[in-house]
Every structure is written in C-alpha cells, then in structure tokens.
Design a protein around this ligand. Structure first.
Ligand code: SF4
Length: 150
C-alpha cells in the first residue's frame, strides 16, 4: 500500500515546493486541493469499485471510503470512473503550470528545472509503472477497466 501511494505523495510534495517558490500560501492551497481530490475520488469512484470495503484496494482508499460513503453499483464502475476521474487531474496539471510560471520569470532557474523534471519522472513514469506492476495486476476491475485490460 505504501509503495502504491508513495509516488503520488512525492508528486504532491514536489508540487507544494513549486507553489511555495511562487508564494507560500499557494503551497497550502495546492495541498488542500490534493486532499480534496482524494476525498472526492473516495466518494465518487471507490463506492462502485470491487475493492470498496476490502483490504485488496492497492492504495487503501477502498477501506477508508467505507467510513464516509455508502456502497454504489459495481457494474457501473467503468462509467462512473470515466465520469469522475477528472477530480484527480488538478494534482497533475497544476505543478507543471506553476513551474512554467516560474520558468517564464527565470528560465535559467536550475532548482525549478530539477523540480519540474523530478515531478514528470515520478508522476508520469514511475507512478504508472508501479501501478501496472502492483495495483493493476491484482485488480478485480480489470474486465471493465476504463484504461483497458492488461
Ligand atoms: S482500486 Fe481504486 S477505485 Fe477501487 S477502491 Fe481502490 S482506489 Fe478506489
């Protein structure tokens, strides 16, 4: 579970550092948006998932979700996933935009380039590999996964 969540947490930390460099309250707002997007994911998507209420959810959201949200219809998972997956997009889109803003101010800033590249490597390379290797392998939603079966 830690392995599945770690890359996501790292992208949130890198994103927060990027926004801290712009103006520190933006880092707090960014982290609040990330937390909100996780809660929305748990409320809108997880109740329809086969891993809801089980300890087989790779990220652990499925267990936490049962504390706050009622179960949904499992056969609608694919439709619900496609409809609501955008709730996690801010965590992916905002940090590169923030880094872009900083690089417009000073395109030679090595720390900003390092943060941007680190964000892209962890978020767009390591995280999908970890998900495919661990989460997706054991997933019971495979047959109707919106990303397609393995
Ligand atoms: S596998 Fe994904 S959708 Fe299913 S309960 Fe876990 S986090 Fe939610």
């Amino acid at each position: 579970m830690i392995l599945e969540n770690l890359p996501l947490w790292i992208t949130y930390v890198i994103g927060a550092i990027i926004f801290f460099l712009i103006w520190w309250p933006l880092a707090v707002i960014f982290l609040e948006i990330c937390i909100l997007s996780i809660i929305l994911h748990m409320g809108l998507i997880c109740p329809h998932c086969y891993h809801y209420g089980t300890n087989t959810c790779p990220s652990g959201y499925g267990m936490v979700s049962t504390k706050w949200f009622s179960p949904g219809r499992k056969q609608e998972f694919s439709v619900v996933f496609k409809r609501w997956i955008w709730v996690v997009f801010p965590g992916w889109i905002l940090p590169p935009l923030g880094a872009g803003y900083l690089l417009v101010q000073d395109w030679k800033s090595i720390p900003v380039w390092v943060l941007l590249i680190a964000f892209c490597i962890v978020g767009f390379l390591i995280l999908p590999i970890v998900s495919k290797q661990y989460g997706c392998k054991k997933c019971r939603n495979k047959s109707n996964c919106p990303w397609g079966p393995d």
